[in-house]
Design a protein around this ligand. Structure first.
Ligand code: SF4
Length: 444
């Protein structure tokens, strides 16, 4: 648990000299506890106390960067308590025992495995290059993958010499070394230190994992990812251990396990349960999941699940207000008004596309609320719509002066006409009726 002001006060010099900028040590302790002051302001704290206070102030779980992907850094057991910070990253494996052409094709394919949903692009995040042969072959495979994909890499081998051959190629882009185990932890930690790359630690039981973490830390490694072989354990045990590991890091502040947790589904998980394991891992506390392979049809629901879990529950997903062109509208195309709640925007935009009638979509800043919620909260008002119409110079884009508003806010019509001078047409109540409505409108 974080230290209270009283805990901190007990460690301060109690000179009450005021040199830290506040009159007493207790006042300074209170400021430290509230993270409103820096410990360096007191010139009299001993190095021991500095170390004690700094370690208590460090986050419960370290954020680890692999290439440009951040994992871990979580502080909560439950999303609703605050939010989860770094979404589960998905890695797919390329083995080095296939010919070069297949490696290149697969690297390009994984790089392109991306989906867009409500404006969020999601897909495969990393590629695991797995050694099946010697150091030279591994180095060649890493080079091919690196040259044909922009994704960060996981270098997978138990042999430090093989891993080093890959590190010599890609260490600048900070791949994850997978993995240090009881057989090789010190050597892998030395490589991680020399090449300044994150290190995954693999163990089959918790005590072993704690020892490995301590060995790696004693070698000066800070960026650690934990693998408790949960890809191969029974599902119930997997869920239990994921929960225990998260509790130990964020609630008990148990430092040897204060790192992101990963699951390697290449470690014996049968294909049938792979998607279930990945879903459990995404829901419960897994920062990185490695798949031997994954059908795009299974990746899509997983990325959707991930988006749902890792969005901030207190921040609505929204699009920027503005005038959007759907299709290729001209000066006679209809102007349709909607809110900037992301789901509303993408639903309306796709229904307009389905109608095959190009239109201008005027998106009003409703602070991310949907049409009816924004109306009820007084954030979708005639004044706001009129301001948006002016701000985005809609009158310069069309020759007509007709504005279609959602049927649910028909009561705004008169006031809006008064404010804008435009003819306000009450449209459909439900976006799904838009295709038919727009087709009839364009046919006169
Ligand atoms: Fe206490 Fe240090 Fe502040 Fe002096 S400078 S009042 S000793 S905390």
């Amino acid at each position: 648990m974080p230290m209270t002001a009283l805990d901190i006060f007990k460690l301060l010099p109690k000179k009450n000299c005021g040199e830290c900028g506040v009159p007493t040590c207790l006042a300074f302790a209170m400021m430290l506890a509230n993270k409103q002051a820096e410990l360096t302001k007191c010139p009299y704290v001993s190095p021991d106390v500095v170390e004690q206070l700094e370690s208590s102030a460090s986050p419960p779980m370290r954020t680890v960067k692999v290439g440009n992907i951040e994992i871990g850094g979580e502080t909560e057991l439950f999303r609703h308590e605050k939010k989860f910070f770094n979404q589960t990253a998905y890695a797919l494996i390329i083995e080095d025992d296939v010919d070069d052409q297949r490696i290149v094709e697969r690297a390009k394919k994984l790089d392109a495995m991306k989906y867009e949903r409500i404006g969020i692009v999601s897909g495969v995040d990393l590629i695991g290059v797995k050694a099946k042969g010697d150091a030279q072959r591994f180095s060649d495979a890493v080079t091919l993958v690196n040259d044909n994909s922009g994704l960060p890499l996981v270098l997978m081998s138990e042999d430090p010499e093989v891993v080093e051959s890959g590190l010599k190629v890609v260490s600048k882009s900070k791949p994850l070394i997978y993995a240090g185990s009881t057989n090789n932890c010190a050597s892998m930690a030395k490589l991680a230190k020399e090449y300044a790359c994150p290190l995954a630690l693999y163990a089959d039981d918790i005590d072993e994992l704690v020892s490995l973490s301590e060995v790696a830390k004693s070698e000066g490694i800070e960026d650690i990812v934990l693998d408790l072989n949960l890809g191969a354990k029974p599902l119930r045990q997997t869920l239990e251990w994921l929960t225990i590991l998260r509790r130990l890091s964020v609630k008990k502040l148990f430092r040897p396990l204060g790192f992101p947790v990963m699951i390697n589904l290449d470690n014996g998980a049968d294909v049938e349960t792979q998607a279930i394991r990945a879903a459990i891992g995404t829901l419960k506390y897994t920062s990185l999941i490695i798949f031997k392979d994954l059908d795009p049809a299974r990746l899509y629901p997983l990325t959707t699940l991930r988006t749902n879990i890792y969005t901030d529950p207190q921040a609505l997903i929204q699009v920027n207000p503005g005038l959007y062109e759907i299709g290729k509208p001209n000066r006679n195309s209809p102007v349709i008004v909607t809110s900037n709640f992301s789901l509303t925007y993408f639903t309306v935009a796709s229904d307009i596309e389905a109608s095959k009638v190009p239109a201008h979509l005027l998106v009003v800043d409703t602070e991310g609320l949907s049409v009816m919620t924004a109306f009820a909260a007084d954030k979708f008002t005639p004044e706001k719509i009129a301001e948006t119409l002016t701000e985005y110079k809609v009158a310069d884009k069309v020759d007509h002066r007709k504005l279609i508003i959602p049927g649910m806010i028909a009561m705004l019509k008169m006031k809006l006409e008064e404010l804008t001078g435009w003819e306000v047409i009450v449209g459909v109540k439900d976006s799904s009726a838009l295709p038919k409505y727009l087709k009839e409108l364009s046919n006169g």
